[in-house]
Ligand binder design. Structure first.
Ligand code: F6R
Length: 601
């Protein structure tokens, strides 16, 4: 969703900020803006609707470069997509400029109470925040940090914010604050930076300081001071981001999504290398985690979207290998309508970004009730990893495309490894993972086949189905999400046996029905369902495993341990979604209305 970058003390602020904004594009946004200044007090304020490239054109035409500045990509929440609503927002006297991620729940009340005489030009809650800072500094004579702190103290409890503020009267100083929204300060000897996503600034520095909720930081070209919610100076932990700037580049690929699909074999190898030693012994999962999990009478996996779908597969491992009953819940439901819990629950939060607001809400609630929890996340140092009792990395590497691919397979793999630490899979998991990696590559090498399937089965189609039973039903949900979210073909993922109870009435002549058929126990029944929809005119496309194949199947998957087949079965679906989207001339990496990291509830 919204993204923030800021710099101070750099030689050229504009290119640095624009590059940062481009790196944030994957998160989803609909307008962007930048405020720049230099030490002589010269400045430029530029905002634009649509793509960062349009903002860059406008900024380059303006010609001002600056040595400090703040910039933002906005995903509209309060107010439409207009230039007036884009960030930075500024105070009426042009003194303060502010960018903001998050939501201020009581902004209307604050506006009425404190700012009745002020003329507003936007519909945003952010403009209220910056006008308040200006009032407290300019009219009431508070210092900048006091004015900033006072504004923050007035925000309702449920507000979320990452703020980055600049005062034109104090060139080169940035004021940052955060609550429930990520914000990091990056340090280097050629200027300091602030960002909501470290990957955006990795070309400037890899050394970051993690701000905590309630912190305020004052960032100058050669110093950073952090104060906690009680206004006491604090030393926050520094960390070095372990990514290569090239990891976040597309390289020779036309889209990040294709690169990330192809990376899945390497991800599987990296995960195995991290969690198994040379002798095949598990490592990296402390006894503190496994002991707590073994004490639990039930596991609750909480997640959203693709991560939720990965949880549906993980449930099988925890139940079958670890013998612990496991429930999988949608975070946005659980957060506001908590079901009855067992006596000794243990929570597993699955998340690529580690920032999903709905999952964070559940974590917050269950912590208050005293229940233990573990986060499995791709982005470590994220809120969900920091705030849970335990955290383990899923090691997919930076995932930039909005549609999640390698994070799904990585989450499934790490859940399998975790379950194997609690019980016995009955086979050599490490050896099987090596095989999985080889077979992933064998499937991704078949791109032409999936391109052809996408271009024929989905040509001019407005709707489609993915069906399966058992684990194949779980993968069908993910397969359907992939196709619908980027190609806009309305696709339902379905437990095949349920079709006859109503939904089969949607099948018409030519309706594409993809069947995922990898589970021996239910293969016969699923074949029956494929025949039923075919008899009603469906164009059936069967993706099956080697030992279950029959004449006419569209694709035969290589065989690995049956419970690991979801990792292979999802890959054709990812590639079919990719090629169907290309065929429709749509932007594969940035589907409409979506954001990579969903930080609003
Ligand atoms: C779909 C997708 C989303 C995310 C969901 C949760 O391709 O990526 O459905 O899975 O928004 O996000 P995380 O995993 O970051 O918590």
């Amino acid at each position: 969703m919204c993204g923030i970058v800021g710099v101070t003390g750099v030689e050229q602020a504009l290119p640095c900020l624009l590059h940062g904004l481009q790196k944030l594009e994957y998160r989803g946004y609909d307008s962007a803006g930048v405020y720049l200044m230099d030490n002589a007090g010269n400045d430029a304020y530029i905002r634009e609707k649509g793509r960062v490239a349009k903002l860059a054109e406008k900024a380059k035409a303006n010609g001002f470069i600056g040595t400090s500045g703040i910039a933002h990509t906005r995903w509209a929440t309060h107010g439409n997509v207009t230039i007036e609503n884009a960030h930075p927002q500024k105070s009426s006297d042009d003194r303060f400029y502010l960018v903001h991620n998050g939501v201020i729940e009581n902004y209307q009340e604050l506006k009425a109470e404190y700012l009745s005489g002020v003329h507003f030009v936007s519909e945003t809650d952010t403009e209220v925040a910056v006008q308040l800072v200006d009032k407290f500094a300019t009219e009431d004579g508070l210092s900048n940090v006091e004015a900033f702190r006072k504004m923050i103290s007035l925000l309702g409890d449920n507000s979320a914010y990452g703020f980055l503020l600049i005062d034109t009267k104090e060139p080169g100083t940035l004021f940052a604050a955060k609550k429930k929204s990520p914000l990091l300060v990056g340090v280097s000897d050629h200027g300091n930076v602030v960002t909501s996503d470290a990957a955006a600034m990795v070309d400037v520095t890899k050394e970051f300081i993690e701000l905590h909720d309630g912190d305020i930081a004052i960032i100058k070209p050669d110093s950073v001071a952090v104060y906690d919610a009680q206004a006491e100076p604090v030393d926050r932990q520094h960390f070095t981001l372990e990514i290569d700037p090239e990891d976040t580049d597309k390289g020779a690929y036309p889209y990040y999504m294709l690169k990330e699909i192809d990376e899945q074999a390497v991800v599987a190898r990296n995960i195995a290398a991290h969690y198994f030693d040379e002798e095949g012994q598990l490592q990296g999962i402390g006894c503190a985690i496994t002991d707590k999990m073994k004490e639990a009478d039930r596991l609750y996996i909480v997640a959203a979207g693709t991560s939720y779908h990965a949880g549906l597969v993980g449930k099988r491992y925890f139940e079958q290998w670890a013998k612990i009953p496991t429930e999988v819940h949608i975070a946005s439901e659980f957060a506001y309508d908590q079901p009855m819990l067992s006596a000794k629950p243990f929570f597993i939060f699955l998340s690529q970004s580690g920032e999903t607001a709905d999952s964070r809400e559940v974590l917050y609630n269950v912590k208050k009730q005293g229940f233990p929890g573990l986060t499995l996340a791709n982005v470590m140092n994220s809120t969900l990893t920091r705030e849970a009792d335990f955290a383990l990395p899923v090691l997919a590497g930076p995932e930039i495309a909005v549609a999640s691919t390698k994070a799904y397979t990585a989450q499934v793999l790490v859940q399998a490894i975790l379950a194997s630490a609690l019980g016995n899979p009955g086979f050599d998991l490490k050896a099987e993972l090596a095989k999985v990696a080889v077979e992933i590559s064998a499937i991704t090498d078949e791109k032409e086949t999936f391109k052809k399937i996408a271009e024929t089965a989905l040509k001019d189609q407005k709707s489609a189905f993915y069906i399966g039973r058992g684990l194949d039903a779980a993968v069908s949900l993910e397969a359907a999400l992939k196709l619908k979210e980027i190609s806009y073909v309305q696709t339902e993922g379905f437990a095949a046996g349920e079709l006859k109870h109503g939904t089969i009435s949607l099948i018409e002549d030519g309706t594409p029905v993809f069947a995922l058929l990898t589970q021996k126990k239910t293969a016969g029944l699923l074949r029956g369902e494929v025949a039923q929809v075919a008899a009603r005119g469906a164009n059936t496309v069967v993706i099956t495993s080697k030992s279950l194949t029959k004449d006419g199947d569209a694709f035969v998957l290589p065989e690995v341990a049956e419970l690991l087949m979801p990792i292979l079965a999802v890959i054709p679906a990812q590639l079919i979604a990719y090629y169907a989207t290309l065929d429709r001339n749509l932007d594969v990496d940035r589907p409409r209305n979506l954001a990579k990291s969903v930080t609003v509830q």
